[in-house]
Design a protein around this ligand. Structure first.
Ligand code: NAD
Length: 495
């Protein structure tokens, strides 16, 4: 297999790193070398930010009509679809995720780009026209400036595309720092953006580690906004360092979603939703439904059927189209997931399925764990509270709706939750009380580009997708216009 080698992408061209060093990415599924990414340093970040900042000051992108920006974004989406197979292959190889899901991720990224293109046509302001004959008030929205985007490894494309097309639609130049483990698709789409007609310097990619590239990007005085997706631990560090310059920050952080299943639900659909919610992306998913809260009267039967379905999940090499669970991202993460499984046993939870590393059938060189189910999990258990980022489900029972809501909200996170019931009143009443940025009703992990995505509590702040995403990259300006004969302004009329 040929190894992909990448430089940074700055000002519409490859950019050799100042360090002349490259980071190697080996396959989490079979250990072979896949790619080499430029090992960026502060000097590379400074070069990229200077290009983006000069471009913003010149107005070369922000003054392009929104309709033209929208057309370029649509052309960009077309090219992503054209190259979807190649992008999906890179994503599957570098992350270790199944190729069919990787393809879905690529196509969803194109869909988000088309939605953002439609927003570019519609950036609006307000006019206050009834304030008196001699007064006019305008509210306008301007591109905020250079946006630094820091992205994790689990969904390299979707996490990026919940930010990138919206910032471009708003007229902002960007500097992207992908995860050092999965930088390939960010560099590939940079070329596609150029092919679509995006002017050089609007989209720049600097690869490397968080401590070198990420830290410089968050502290750079000419970066107006940092949009970060990743762990709550690093998100807090970024918020603290960005505070020095009052850089605006949007944080998409960790989660511990619950799937609340009531006895009156379509239990067959709920079984699929619960299983899918915990195995998607090997459980390396910020909205993974890792806590099943099930009404006691149906709990035993539901769990027995869930175990039967879990047995049918296909675990294997990412490029096999039948596979539903691929490899975890690296060996250290595998150890962390296995350690949580041990902790759960020690704390008294009952392992009813899975719980081991899988090495049979040619998987011995990779980091594989299959669906794992624990019952008798109590809120004080660590697997109930902490983000494991693996396909590990904890099952807890409830008797009343109030208990279900209290259990679902008994977490420091608040990214997403699911609930299953055929009772419409109950669905609405419970969803109103769930403390999370997203609630899925009678489905899980399905959404629309129009729906904002983001967290309550320690899952972060700021929103992606929807019109709210565009607004993250726009600055609001009020203009008061005095019309006709000029009246004197008293010294105390302006604060
Ligand atoms: P991470 O926080 O370790 O890293 C995320 C990114 O930040 C990487 O690009 C990394 O290089 C960079 N980084 C690390 N330290 C940095 C620093 N000090 N300054 C600046 N940048 C730094 O997260 P990860 O392990 O890559 O991803 C997993 C985490 O991401 C999980 O907690 C998951 O829940 C979260 N996540 C959240 C969402 C969401 O939308 N809320 C989506 C996907 C993943």
């Amino acid at each position: 297999m040929s190894v992909r080698q990448y430089n940074h992408w700055i000002n519409g061209a490859e950019y050799v790193p100042a360090s002349a060093q490259y980071l190697e990415r080996t396959s989490p599924a079979h250990g072979e070398l896949l790619a080499k990414f430029a090992a960026g340093t502060a000097a590379d970040v400074d070069a990229a930010v200077k290009i983006a900042s000069d471009l913003h000051k010149s107005g070369a992108w922000s003054s392009v009509p929104g309709s033209e920006r929208g057309k370029i974004l649509n052309a960009f989406a077309d090219l992503i679809v054209r190259d979807a197979d190649r992008l999906a292959l890179i994503e599957a190889e570098e992350v270790g995720k199944p190729i069919t899901y990787a393809k879905g991720e690529v196509l969803w990224s194109a869909e988000l780009t088309r939605y953002a293109a439609s927003l570019a046509w519609n950036i609006q302001g307000e006019a206050y026209t009834h304030a008196g004959e001699d007064k006019l008030g305008l509210v306008t929205r301007e591109a905020r400036g250079v946006v630094g985007m820091i992205v994790p490894w689990n969904f390299p494309m979707v996490c990026l595309f919940q930010k990138l097309p919206y910032a471009l639609a708003a007229g902002c130049p960007v500097v992207i720092k992908p995860s050092e483990l999965t930088s390939g698709t960010a560099l590939e789409i940079a070329r596609l953006a150029a092919e679509a007609g995006l002017p050089a310097g609007v989209l720049n990619v600097v690869t490397g580690t968080g401590s070198q590239v990420g830290e410089r990007l968050t502290r750079h005085p000419e970066v107006s906004t940092v949009s970060f997706t990743g762990s709550t631990r690093v998100g807090k560090q970024i918020a603290a360092s960005a505070a020095t310059d009052l850089t605006r920050v949007a944080l998409e952080l960790g989660g511990k979603a619950a799937n609340v299943v009531f006895a009156d639900a379509d239990l067959d659909a709920a079984l699929d939703g619960v299983l899918f919610g915990v195995i998607l992306n090997q459980g390396e998913e910020c909205v993974a439904g890792t806590r099943l809260l099930i009404e006691e009267s149906v709990a035993d039967e539901f769990v027995a059927k869930l175990v039967e379905r879990a047995k049918k999940v296909v675990i294997g090499l990412p490029l096999d189209e039948k596979v539903q669970i691929g490899a975890l991202i690296h060996g250290q993460h595998l150890e962390s997931v296995l350690n949580y499984i041990e902790i759960a046993k020690q704390e008294g939870a009952k392992l009813v399925y899975g719980g081991e590393r899988i090495t049979a059938n040619g998987l011995d060189k990779g980091f594989f764990v299959g669906p794992t189910i624990f019952t008798e999990v109590k809120p004080e258990h660590r697997i109930f509270r902490e983000e494991i980022f693996g396909p590990v489900l904890s099952v807890t029972t409830f008797q009343t709706t109030e208990q279900a809501i209290a259990l679902a909200n008994d977490t420091e996170y608040g990214l997403g939750n699911g609930l299953w019931t055929k009772d419409v009143d109950k669905a609405i009443q419970v969803s109103r009380k769930l403390q999370s940025g997203t609630v899925f009703v009678n489905t899980f992990l399905e959404t629309l580009p129009q729906l904002p995505f983001g967290g309550f509590k320690q899952s972060g702040y700021g929103r992606e997708n929807g019109v709210d995403s565009l607004n993250e990259y726009l600055e609001v300006k009020s203009t008061f216009i005095k019309l006709g004969q000029r009246a004197p302004v008293l010294p105390n009329t302006v604060a």
